[in-house]
Design a protein around this ligand. Structure first.
Ligand SMILES: [Zn+2]
Length: 524
């Protein structure tokens, strides 16, 4: 559905060439086209791929001692995205860690043939809302089982889970422990947590307690959020609590995730539009103008300069927002920003056709803004991609008046396939940059030292992507508790065919999802 200023990458036809199709002359040309000369150098010196049958026979080769294998798993013949670029090679796994990378690895209990597939680091999605526990009010929102199964199916091997929309919200030691307990034994992939910064926890040691409890970062809202009538719900910061919270977070060394929109302006514009009887998503977008995002970023940057707090701007939706981040970066602020697939995929003009499933805040912007965002993604000015998976029951989306609908898009299951299609296949992004945006950059930013890259000693977390294999997303494909998403009905040009968590396959296209729960909480 998208056209690009960057030109369309040449199409590679899968054809009937079987396993060699992806590595055919066409593919090499495509890679030359999309990865540049350096990466092709890696490819050119890569070993010649061995056949699937040869790969499978490796498992049967005698090990050094009878019954003892050097490795638990070898992933053979994939186009593996390493830090320096992609190469045709094998990866060996032992005890859940990457033990070797090379072309003639032998002696594993299991060999997984990845011929024709891109082997990427599993995605680290730093912005996901799981709504468990629901506190009796949000019990039918997303849960740990459904949410992490959706991740596994979509190639996401680690999420950093948000402190809000579950009840109670995560704001101190007690509520963090409630959340950990709610997910115990229900995780298919690994889960780290963001603590909360709210006006009511800056004076009761809540920030430090959450750091001691292992959160990897914090989240706050400058835009209005939460329901003050619900006990324990998350609430947005005022300027004092933002400043004071940043002062405290700076001492932990962790990063504050900020939803940056000016609350007074967006609230008032919304009230006025509502009173006038506006009901469309397009008019909802108009109540959350770009300058409201920019103003909040400037204010938070100033506080970050004063407090020394490392910050990340969540879901930036406009090039103007990114330009503020670039400026602050140049001034020495410890600052990053993320954007989400939805801002890179949808545009304002189509929102009313899709309906409230595409409602979120900041809102989906116009084509000019989207092109600007893509420019910043490709230029490396946006640090990572997240889903901001923010699901809710269908009844909260089925509203005639868009202003009455819940704002949030369910998308974690399509993090990787959509972004691969839109960035690598449609806009020619090099694979190593793709892997940085979905995995190594977020892992580094939140100190997830065992995650995010295919390198010896790291956790053996992978997603296998089948390029150029379009499918249409159906509601029944979704693993969410509420099988609704703005992406349903869309043609997605790549497919996740396997997800591996610490050496264990948790999803494959052939066998479906694991029935077990090998995921763990990550506490730092
Ligand atoms: Zn969010």
């Amino acid at each position: 559905m998208m056209t690009s200023k960057f030109g369309k990458a040449p199409e590679v036809k899968a054809g009937n060439h079987g396993k060699d199709a992806f590595f055919s002359e066409n593919r090499r040309n495509l890679l030359k086209e999309i990865t540049g000369i350096a990466a092709i150098g890696v490819l050119a010196s890569a070993p010649i791929p061995v056949s699937a049958s040869e790969a499978n026979s490796r498992a049967a080769l005698p090990a050094r001692q009878p019954g003892v294998h050097d490795y638990d798993v070898i992933i053979a013949n994939g186009l593996v995205i390493l830090e320096q670029g992609e190469t045709l090679t094998d990866v060996a796994i032992k005890n859940g860690k990457i033990a070797a990378i090379g072309s003639s690895l032998r002696g594993a209990e299991q060999v997984i043939d990845a011929t024709g597939l891109v082997v990427s680091p599993g995605m680290v999605d730093a912005h996901v809302h799981i709504n468990e526990p629901g506190g009796g009010i949000r019990n039918d929102w997303e849960g740990y089982v459904t949410g992490t199964r959706a991740c596994a199916k979509g190639g996401v091997t680690t999420i950093i889970e948000m402190p809000l929309n579950q009840l109670p919200a995560t704001v101190d030691k007690k509520t963090l422990e409630i959340k950990y307990a709610a997910g115990e034994g229900k995780l298919v992939i690994d889960v780290a947590s963001h603590g909360g910064l709210v006006p009511y926890n800056v004076e009761n040691n809540g920030i430090k307690e959450q750091s001691d409890g292992g959160v990897v970062g914090y989240k706050c809202f400058m835009a209005t959020c939460g329901d003050p009538s619900i006990k324990g719900d998350f609430l947005n910061v005022d300027d004092y609590s933002l400043y004071e919270g940043m002062r405290q977070i700076a001492k932990t060394g962790k990063v504050l995730m900020i939803h940056a929109e000016n609350a007074a302006i967006t609230d008032r514009l919304e009230q006025i539009a509502y009173k006038k009887g506006h009901v469309s998503l397009k008019s909802y977008v108009a109540t959350r103008p770009v300058f409201a995002e920019v103003e909040a970023i400037r204010r938070a940057v100033l506080f970050a300069k004063i407090t020394g707090c490392p910050i990340n701007f969540c879901h930036v939706s406009s090039p103007e927002a990114v330009e503020e981040v670039i400026k602050a970066r140049g001034e020495g602020v410890n600052i990053t920003c993320e954007t989400c697939n939805q801002y890179l995929y949808f545009v304002t003009d189509e929102l009313d056709e899709i309906g409230p499933l595409a409602k979120c805040s900041p809102p989906i912007r116009d084509k000019i803004a989207q092109d600007g965002l893509w420019r910043h993604v490709l230029a490396g000015n946006i640090n990572f991609i997240t889903s901001d998976h923010s699901p809710c029951p269908a009844k909260l989306k089925n509203k005639k008046n868009a202003f009455d609908a819940w704002g949030g898009i369910a998308g974690v299951q399509n993090d990787v396939d959509i972004f691969f299609d839109e960035s690598v296949q449609k806009r020619g992004m090099p694979l190593k940059q793709f892997a940085r945006l979905i995995a190594s950059n977020p892992a580094d930013r939140f100190a997830l030292h065992t995650k995010g890259r295919i390198a010896i000693g790291k956790d053996a977390d992978f997603t296998f992507i089948k390029p150029n294999s379009p499918y249409i997303l159906r509601a029944e494909d979704l693993e969410y508790k509420n099988k609704i998403s703005a992406y349903v009905g869309r043609k997605i040009g790549a497919r996740i065919v396997r997800t591996v968590l610490r050496g264990e396959t948790v999803y494959s296209q052939e066998d479906g999802l694991t029935g077990s729960f090998p995921g763990r909480y990550i506490k730092v």
